[in-house]
Write a protein that binds this ligand. Structure first.
Ligand SMILES: [Zn+2]
Length: 455
């Protein structure tokens, strides 16, 4: 009930609610003659209904339902009572109450959010099963290690501390859940990128492309190590939500360097994912930042924050001439205005937005597998993006030739009609010329990451 949102309740309200609840429990048991699970959150203080706790309540209902389903216990009746003293959920099952109580204490004890769950289990006589019936320890206090009941009876902790702790438990649970999901998307994007086959000149499931020092397992080793870092970077975006995106970028730099160390250790000093630690790191931080700021975590917003985070990142290139350029990146920028992955990030991954995502989405909608759609999306990226890795292994002229050739193929046949055999043919040509479009491979992974986050 919207009217109950953020409204304080009195002790009288609480006593009335308890009385009503007991009555309702009795009626449900009489009617459905089974074991009753009666659930509500244990939120300290006078404020019982606010968005975060509604979310936590729904999560609890999901956890209870999943637990019953896992053990093949059907729910024969389920209802919810949305009262201002805190939402209540009831489930009736045909199973011994002692077994149900054990399942429910598992949730309360093992899930971090479960610390604020209050799950009562009543037998078909209305008898409440206690933890001591199962020889399970009493619940401990949210703040100290004493028994919870004892602390609340003696009012050991100020109510504000308890409220703060309950809020923290809920927030952290959802932050961690969000960060885990994003990190899983990042890991999945990295693995899909390397597994998509065939890919011209790149490591895939058929061959190692133009590479002599790495294979598909090098990428698997590296990816496995990087997933926890992506998670930490999402959490940094959450933690520093009140700062400007550019400041958040400075915050995640160090985590990025740690991730690089870890990658090099896992791959025997082979650079598998340096560019992607940078790109996916920015996307992870942007996602966390948006989540905590309660803005939609969609591609548009992610790319907007990514752009703000990295604005000015190309300033290092300012004033560099072909004479003064030292690094390969500086030389490329001075000669052709190509800014590589940094330029991509600063543009809000314009190539992904223009040449990656639209093609991937159309092909998937047409029923192509992720492998097929990914392989063709890569071709479209190679045709349109000045890949610095190709230039590094050859010349700008060779890049132009390759792009001309692939563009011709796309224009002649239409991207969706290019066959696997034709891509394998390109693969052979790239290997022969020792070319590897590593920059576009990175953009394919960014495309996949955004696609996974959206879905
Ligand atoms: Zn305590």
């Amino acid at each position: 009930m919207l009217n109950d949102l953020n409204r304080e309740v009195t002790l009288g309200d609480m006593l009335d609610a308890r009385e009503n609840r007991v009555k309702m429990q009795r009626e449900i048991i009489e009617r459905y003659k089974g074991t009753l699970i009666s659930f509500m959150l244990n939120i300290p203080g006078n404020l019982k209904i606010f968005p975060l706790c509604i979310k936590a309540h729904n999560e609890a209902v999901k956890l209870i339902t999943n637990s019953l389903r896992r053990y093949g216990i059907p729910i024969i009746y389920q209802t919810e009572n949305k009262v201002k003293t805190g939402y209540e959920s009831f489930f009736v099952v045909k199973e011994q109450p002692i077994i149900i109580k054990r399942l429910m204490t598992d949730i309360e004890n093992s899930c971090e959010l479960g610390r604020i769950f209050d799950i009562d289990v009543l037998g078909d006589e209305g008898n409440k099963i206690s933890r001591s019936d199962l020889n399970i320890a009493e619940r401990s206090c949210l703040i100290c290690n004493d028994i919870g009941h004892a602390c609340s009876r003696s009012r050991k902790h100020p109510i504000e501390d308890l409220q703060k702790k309950a809020k923290e438990i809920m927030e952290n649970y959802f932050f961690n859940q969000f960060a885990d999901n994003c990190a899983a998307c990042a890991g999945r994007a990295l693995l899909y990128e390397v597994c998509i086959t065939p890919k011209p000149g790149l490591v895939d499931r058929n061959n190692n492309g133009s590479h002599k020092d790495m294979d598909i397992y090098t990428f698997i080793d590296s990816t496995s190590e990087l997933i926890p870092y992506f998670r930490d970077i999402v959490l940094s975006g959450i933690k520093f939500y009140s700062e400007k995106p550019k400041e958040v970028f400075e915050r995640i730099r160090y985590l990025g360097m740690l991730a690089e160390d870890c990658m090099f250790a896992a791959t025997n000093n082979i650079n598998t994912h340096k560019g992607l630690i940078f790109s996916l790191g920015i996307i992870c931080a942007s996602s966390g930042y948006l989540y905590k700021n309660e803005e939609a975590v969609n591609t548009y917003n992610i790319l907007k924050i990514s752009r703000e985070m990295t604005s000015g990142i190309n300033d290092d290139f300012n004033g560099i001439t072909e004479k003064s350029a030292k690094t390969f990146g500086e030389k490329l920028y001075a000669a052709y205005g190509i800014a590589g992955i940094r330029g991509e990030a600063a543009s809000g991954f314009a190539s992904v937005k223009n040449y990656g995502l639209p093609v991937l989405k159309i092909l998937i909608k047409k029923g192509y597998s992720l492998n097929q759609a990914g392989a063709l999306t890569l071709l479209n990226l190679i045709a349109n993006v000045k890949d610095t890795n190709i230039i590094a292994r050859s010349s700008i002229e060779t890049l132009k030739e390759v792009q001309f050739q692939i563009n011709n193929l796309i224009n002649k046949k239409g991207i969706e009609n290019i066959s696997i055999a034709e891509i394998m043919d390109l693969d052979n040509q790239f290997i022969e010329k020792n070319l590897s479009p590593g920059g576009c491979a990175d953009l394919l992974a960014v495309t996949l990451m955004l696609y996974f986050l959206e879905n």
